[in-house]
Design a protein around this ligand. Sequence first.
Ligand SMILES: O=C(O)CCC(=O)C(=O)O
Length: 248
Amino acid sequence: MDLFGNHSDELNFELPVGAGFGACWNEAKRGFDVTVPDGELFYSRCFFDQRVSDRSVAYFLENEEFDWRAADWRGLSPEQFAAVQFRNIRWKQEFIRMFGKSHPLPRLTSWYGDSQKSYTYSGITSFPHEWNKGLLYIRERVEAVAGVPFNSVLLNWYRDGEDKIDWHADDEPELGTNPIIGSVNFGETRDFVIRRIDDPHVKVTIPLEHGTVLIMAGPMQHHWHHAVPKRAKVRGSRFNLTFRRIGL
Ligand SMILES: O=C(O)CCC(=O)C(=O)O
């Protein structure tokens, strides 16, 4: 194990045994190159150290109204939440229409990026906020292992284990054919589950921890769905940032 808790000899989640699955330690990037059939992943468990990870959580939550460590975010109504002035991230409670009714998205979101690149996901079209110092720092670190520049980032805030994201692929046309997605995680550990679209029994559960980076690449989005399911026991917040390349 190195200073940051990365093991070079063992992956801390299970891969199915079978053709196309494998993992290999990448010393230069301090993480594992993981292959799945029709997909490529890079997984670095402790990519960001404790100091940067703790600071990031504070950065995401600092606001003018509440003590960010103690606030009952789940207890706020959408109207109360909309009135909170966050210092660094413009969090939003989005709503989606299902069966003719409007429902709050089971997480809070925010979208940052180069000014002209709007983006539609879950039927919601978002116009990006301007990059800030904290997000640019994280972006630069992730670009170094992804090997490509990113021009936008979607932030998801899961207030507790009740918040989730359902099965989907990042296959919006603006992302291009085989998108490279850089996922950064801070706060509570949550399971990120991938499953084959043509055989949903084939699944891999990847724990994304405080400081973990996961890169998805190759034809993955055509063959695999991913989700972050509910976890009743998780009481605290988890933040996920997915860096993307829009319209390139
Ligand atoms: O929270 C995560 O790890 C996944 C987020 C995600 O799938 C998305 O934003 O499309």
